[in-house]
Design a protein around this ligand. Structure first.
Ligand SMILES: NC(=O)N[C@@H](CC(=O)O)C(=O)O
Ligand SMILES: [Zn+2]
Length: 445
């Protein structure tokens, strides 16, 4: 019998640096890193094929849809999608049905995640009851529950009332937790479906102005300053938000921010087809915003990548653009989009990928067992990535229960081969690029 989590990972290059090494794992912890290590008795051997070893990714923004919309995603299907994407921890947003605004629900989601066991599922608690923006939820009860909720958000909706947001920030400081704000002034986005720019005007789509986001980012930075609290900006989407973050940092205000893969790769030129798959909140912006977001991520002004994985049923996405639900899948394609937009553009090296996909998100929420360096004594939350191997996305083949990926039929660079959670293999592709005929990505085992 192999000890729990007893694995020998052969032939991998931590952070893509140096000669390949072996990594031995016992009881979920890295016990040795070196050349030609012998497998401990009964250990599972994972062949790395000379590929890159990174710390497992941490997603601060995942929609798992359980409870309530299990037809589109469950904790299990979303966990599988996460593991295949190289993730070892995800933060499951609170806009479920019922809303995760109390400890009964956050603890329920946490337990479901534990039972599935493919990824650490950290439920996000709602900031306000029912996401209605009027009355603060019992944040303390959720923080003290079994799930030990660390991140709170009304995501999908903005905590719009400044008085409520001020109070929530004060509470979050006292509780040692973090609020992630979906920055959108709802009075500026009534009926809006697309970025407020020339494309939307030409296509006759109601525009969502940059100011709807930026005014809330600025306001919340000031509220955080006055409360002496931290605040996190979900899915930053404009060049102006980048400038505001930069300004806030110069003031010593503790604002962190995430960017989604789709805002790094796509822009509103995608809307020409009126395909509902491209509808998302905040909307795909202009090329200049996209380039500013990439530069900000490289520079560290934006801290991390978060997927905003938002599964929807096909009948909710296939309709006329303005009727389609906003949101797109992200977990299984995030690494590839980061490779395409950041690594292949020489904006990030693999240390940088580890920083934005794993280390910074873990630090931002205060996870002490994720986003750790690949060193002896650290938990073996790891992912092996083949940078040379491309794969073609097929919506219906994804582990997600939904198939609303904007990358359907696209061939993307960079493939996740194996993911390990505390030394246990949670996802594995069959075959490595150097052994798979045609260099195509192998099937998931
Ligand atoms: N991003 C989206 O367009 N949709 C998200 C909510 C959100 O993150 O705003 C969803 O829950 O579907
Ligand atoms: Zn949102």
């Amino acid at each position: 019998m192999a000890a729990t989590g007893s694995v020998l990972i052969k032939n991998v290059r931590p952070y893509g640096e140096g000669e390949p090494v072996d990594v031995a794992v016992t009881a979920g912890v890295i016990t040795e890193i070196g050349h030609d290590l012998a497998a401990p008795d009964g250990a599972e051997v994972v062949e790395g094929g000379g590929n890159i070893l990174l710390p497992g990714f941490v997603d601060l923004h995942t929609h798992l849809r359980e409870p309530g919309r299990e037809d589109t995603e469950t904790v299990e299907s979303g966990s599988r999608a996460a593991a295949r994407g190289g993730y070892t921890a995800v933060f499951a947003m609170a806009n479920t049905a019922p809303v995760a605004d109390n400890a009964t629900i956050t603890d329920h989601v946490w337990r479901l995640g534990r039972e599935v066991g493919l990824v650490d599922v950290h439920p996000v608690g709602a900031v306000t009851v029912g996401l209605a923006g009027e009355q603060l939820a019992e944040m303390g009860m959720m923080a003290d529950g079994a799930a030990k909720v660390k991140l709170f958000s009304d995501d999908g909706k903005c905590v719009h009332d400044p008085v409520i947001m001020k109070r929530a920030l004060e509470y979050s400081k006292g509780l040692g937790v973090l609020i992630s704000q979906h920055s959108e002034d709802p009075r500026l986005t009534v009926g809006s479906v697309a970025h407020d720019g020339p494309t939307a005007a030409r296509l006759g789509l109601a525009g969502w102005p940059r100011a709807a986001e930026e005014s809330i980012v600025a306001r919340d930075a000031l509220l955080a300053r006055d409360a002496g609290a931290r605040v996190h900006i979900a899915h930053a989407s404009t060049a102006g938000t980048v400038e505001l973050l930069r300004w806030a940092r110069t003031q010593g205000i503790e604002v962190t921010a995430e960017v989604t893969p789709h805002h790094l790769l796509l822009d509103d030129s995608r809307l020409e087809t009126y395909d509902g798959v491209n509808r998302v909140n905040p909307p795909l912006r202009e090329e200049s915003d996209k380039l500013a977001l990439r530069a900000a991520l490289a520079e560290g002004v934006i801290d991390c990548v978060a997927t905003d994985h938002a599964p929807h049923a096909s009948q909710e996405k296939c309709c006329e653009f303005s009727q389609a639900r906003p949101g797109m899948l992200g977990l299984e394609t995030a690494l590839s989009i980061v490779v395409e937009t950041m690594v292949n553009a020489d904006l990030l090296d693999w240390r940088g990928v580890a920083r934005v996909m794993s280390e910074r998100p873990a630090q931002i929420v205060g996870l002490d067992d994720q986003g750790r360096p690949i060193e002896v004594g650290e938990p073996a939350n790891l992912t092996i990535v083949d940078p040379e191997q491309a794969w073609t996305v097929k919506g219906e083949e994804l582990a997600s229960r939904s198939d609303n990926t904007p990358y359907d039929s696209m061939t993307l660079p960079g493939t996740v081969l194996t993911t390990l959670l505390r030394g246990r293999v949670t996802a594995q592709r069959d075959g490595l690029s150097n052994v798979t005929p045609n260099g195509g990505a192998g099937e998931w085992l």
